[in-house]
Design a protein around this ligand. Structure first.
Ligand SMILES: C[S@@+](CC[C@H](N)C(=O)[O-])C[C@H]1O[C@@H](n2cnc3c(N)ncnc32)[C@H](O)[C@@H]1O
Length: 342
């Protein structure tokens, strides 16, 4: 294990005093040499976490259906831009472009852009043929849909216990919490608000759909978590840069910020409900019919593959898993609710 990042953070604390958690998180995840996302592609299934677009192409198919539906609602603008914000490996961006080819007119108008701040990941995306930007601020005002899947839980946040901000400090050669109680704290993300402001500036006309873990209304936020190799990391501060750090997204804060940017807000609803509204059941019925046809034709290997794909797809709507993610939709003035939230 490299202690370079930890040593760098300790040196900064010795020089300037304890760090707010958002600054620790910014360095641990995005330091350009040793941050967790400085590495090439952490969002692989064999990597540290699995997200919906990596789990099943049914997710991309349903989001492509949402984009096409929005295109019709908006009277078929050309170009129509779909942004995958925080694209990671770009499974969603690529999947939407592929799924869109079933409708020639839509595919002609469609421009898919992957926005990814990790430089190495962005280079990978570009080399796979996608149009890529490292910041939303680099895009011209656009008409279309912005999808942000599991972006905001990785955007740095501060932690508060009541009015007290919880800081990270050092002891010997270790990083420690300045307060004993750091688990049941309220995350406050200034940077998430800034991303919503940027979305407000970039989206001339259209929708934003945000898929993430988080809380709204009277729900209690879950704790800050670290993940390494699919395992929960107990000691979040021990080895910065080696694990993902995620926190529950404050959906009410995102909604309020969107409203202050003049955007309409719908939801949040669960990912399960959103995918159901986009035609999840009909997609699964088609897959089952395909499987049966293969069985009847004696194509057993193919039939087993489709059976396995149906199982993967079911995880997208599992109320105890990804189906419990929240989906918040934003839209420019005058548009009706997007199909996923109608
Ligand atoms: C958990 S990954 C999700 C990747 C992908 N959306 C998926 O569902 O598999 C979050 C990604 O967002 C990127 N990211 C974080 N902040 C960003 C920002 N402000 N703009 C663009 N990308 C960002 C990170 O570098 C990381 O690749």
């Amino acid at each position: 294990m490299s202690t370079r990042l930890r040593d760098k953070i300790i040196a900064r604390i010795r020089e300037r005093g304890p760090l707010p958690f958002d600054e620790f998180m910014e360095t641990a995840l995005y330091d350009s040499d040793d941050g967790f996302f400085a590495g090439a592609s952490p969002a692989r299934p064999e990597g540290h976490f699995v997200t919906s677009p990596h789990l099943s192409p049914v997710f991309e198919g349903l989001l492509a259906a949402q984009a096409r539906d929005a295109w019709h609602t908006m009277e078929r603008p050309d170009p129509f831009v779909v942004v995958d914000l925080g694209a990671g490996e770009g499974a969603l961006a690529r999947g939407i472009a592929t799924a869109a080819t079933s409708d020639e007119a839509f595919a002609r108008a469609l421009r898919v852009v992957a926005v990814e701040r990790g430089e190495i990941a962005a280079k990978h995306l570009a080399s796979s043929g996608l149009t890529v930007a490292t910041s939303l601020a680099d895009l011209e005002p656009l008409t279309g849909v912005v999808f942000a899947n599991e972006l905001f839980d990785n955007v740095p946040f501060s932690l508060f216990a009541g009015d007290e901000e919880i800081m990270v400090t050092e002891e010997g050669d270790r990083l420690i919490w300045q307060s004993r109680e750091w688990r049941s704290l309220r995350p406050v993300s200034k940077r998430s608000g800034e991303i919503v402001d940027q979305v407000g500036r970039t989206l001339a006309r259209g929708y934003v759909l945000i898929f993430d873990y988080g809380f709204s209304g009277n729900e209690e936020p879950e704790t800050v978590r670290g993940y390494r190799g699919h395992r929960l990391v107990e000691e979040l501060l021990d080895d910065p840069g080696s694990s993902d750090i995620t926190g529950p997204v404050d959906f009410d804060a995102l909604a309020a910020r969107a409203r202050s940017n003049g955007l309409q807000v719908w939801g949040p609803v669960s990912q399960r409900d959103a995918l159901m509204a986009l035609g999840y059941r009909a997609t699964l019925d088609r897959m089952r019919a395909d499987q049966q046809q293969r069985e009847q034709g004696g194509a057993w290997r193919g039939a087993i593959e489709v059976y396995a794909e149906r199982g993967q797809a079911a995880m997208l709507v599992d109320p105890a898993g990804l189906g419990a993610l929240k989906v918040l939709a934003l839209g420019t003035k005058g548009l009706p609710a997007p199909r996923a939230l109608s």
